[in-house]
Design a protein around this ligand. Structure first.
Ligand code: IMP
Length: 423
């Protein structure tokens, strides 16, 4: 069986922990990233030690698995090398083998500068993500395969640099580096990556097909989330890739058969950067969720905006991704609250709307309808069976299921790998 782990809200749902958990099964052969870049931040906690990954798939700590970076992922080589080196300082070469698509686009210095100038209104991570995807779609991208031949790579850099210098000047910035310096720097970094015996660059479709034919399961690790999807999210307050299910197909060139699709839902909601967030809490409860849930960006350190769980959003993600079940994370963060709330619908004009609609004008007028549930005070971090959860927590999950129309298959009750309840 293959499994896809997709963010059902605005990202940071705790997908890394879920992917790490699923990847531990013997039948799983590979963990696959299909889109996004180092705008993502996935945290895995093992034995009290925190591992934060941006580009490397969350299954990287399993040495007998493959970690695949598909063609839909955009790569900043310096970040990738840094992440591999940091990981190897801790675990040596006892990590998953890394396979990278030769078709992946590279984040170049001009992408980061352009993002720095134009990304402010959206509140981007500033990693060059929007501009690199712009260039990919505009057929101006530089791909990993373009770096194999030094002369060709230099030519590509010089061509793109020429107009990027002009563009950046028009945007009010400055790109000083020469083509020679960029080519040399990238060349050095890429040579180190390619020389690593645990790294292979190739045709990801073939590798995934082979694994599948051998009966090994694949875990597809979504980055960002459905409401940040370039097509289906709260456009233009989105990232520039397909974070919903479709991204798996375009970002790997492989059709996984027998696929279960899981939507990861944090027990409350968070959002980083600008854009609509109808259930946002700008009060003490919001601050409490931020503090207890450590809601500060893994990538940028920015405080995340916090609010109540929004079931209109979860239903919408269910629809867009054809979710088979929900995996709820961070239920423990709600412990200690007298009451917890979940949004069940919006009133827009005279209409009661149950399905999220990413139309910004409609969202501005939306009044949120909440259901209030009595909270629970008991520590739930050590609980491993659903029926052992306090009544309030059980009720919260059951209401999520009833109101979203989807079953909850897994519940996270703490940051550690094993703090999970199977339902
Ligand atoms: P970009 O992906 O850097 O272009 O940023 C676009 C929007 O997506 C911004 O609001 C970011 O905060 C948000 N974003 C990008 N990556 C993540 C993520 O991994 N988690 C949460 N939000 C993200």
């Amino acid at each position: 069986m293959n499994q896809a782990v997709i963010g059902a809200q605005w990202g940071d749902e705790g997908k890394g922990k879920i992917v790490d958990f699923l990847a531990g099964k013997k039948t799983v052969g590979a963990v696959v990233r299909c889109q996004g870049g180092n705008n993502a931040g996935h945290t895995v906690v093992v034995g009290g030690e925190k591992h934060a990954f941006h580009l490397l798939p969350s299954g990287i700590l399993y040495k007998d698995k493959l970690c695949v970076i598909g063609s839909g992922v955009v790569i900043d080589p310096e970040v990738l090398l840094g992440e591999i080196e940091k990981l190897e300082e801790r675990v040596g070469n006892k990590h998953a083998r890394i396979v990278i698509s030769s078709k992946a686009n590279l984040i170049m210095p001009w992408h980061k500068i352009r993002d720095g100038i134009s990304g402010g209104a959206i509140g981007t991570t500033g990693r060059g993500i929007g501009p690199v995807y712009e260039d990919m779609v505009g057929r101006r991208g530089i791909r990993l395969m373009d770096t194999d031949n030094k002369v060709r790579f230099k030519e590509r850099v010089e061509t793109e640099l020429k107009w990027n210098k002009k563009l950046i000047k028009l945007m009010g910035g400055n790109l000083r580096q020469s083509g020679q310096a960029i080519t040399e720097n990238y060349g050095k970094i890429l040579t180190k990556i390619k020389a690593n015996k645990r790294v292979e660059i190739g045709e990801v479709s073939v590798i995934l097909d082979q694994l599948s034919k051998q009966g090994r399961g694949l875990v597809f690790e979504g980055a960002q989330a459905t409401l940040l999807d370039i097509n289906h999210g709260t456009y233009p307050f989105v990232t520039s890739s397909s974070c919903s299910l479709g991204g798996i197909y375009t970002g790997t060139g492989f059709r996984p058969r027998d696929l279960k699709v899981y939507g990861v839902v944090k027990a409350y909601a968070t959002r980083v950067g600008a854009g609509p967030f109808p259930t946002e809490l700008n009060d003490k409860t919001g601050s409490r969720l931020r503090e207890v849930g450590h809601e500060f960006g893994t990538t940028t350190g920015r405080p995340r905006r916090c609010g109540w769980l929004d079931l209109t959003v979860v239903r919408y993600s269910g629809l867009i991704n054809g979710l088979d079940s929900l995996m709820v994370t961070k239920l423990d963060v709600l412990t200690g609250l007298k009451q917890v709330k979940m949004a069940t619908a919006y009133i827009i004009g005279k209409e009661k709307v149950k399905l999220f609609n990413p139309d910004l004008e409609k969202l501005k007028k939306a009044k949120v309808v909440y259901e209030t549930i009595a909270g629970w005070q008991e520590d739930i971090g050590k609980i491993r069976r659903f029926l052992d959860l306090p009544r309030g927590a059980q009720h919260y999950i059951k209401r999520m299921e009833a109101l979203s129309g989807m079953p909850v298959s897994l519940i996270g009750v703490g940051p550690e790998r094993d703090q999970i309840i199977k339902r």
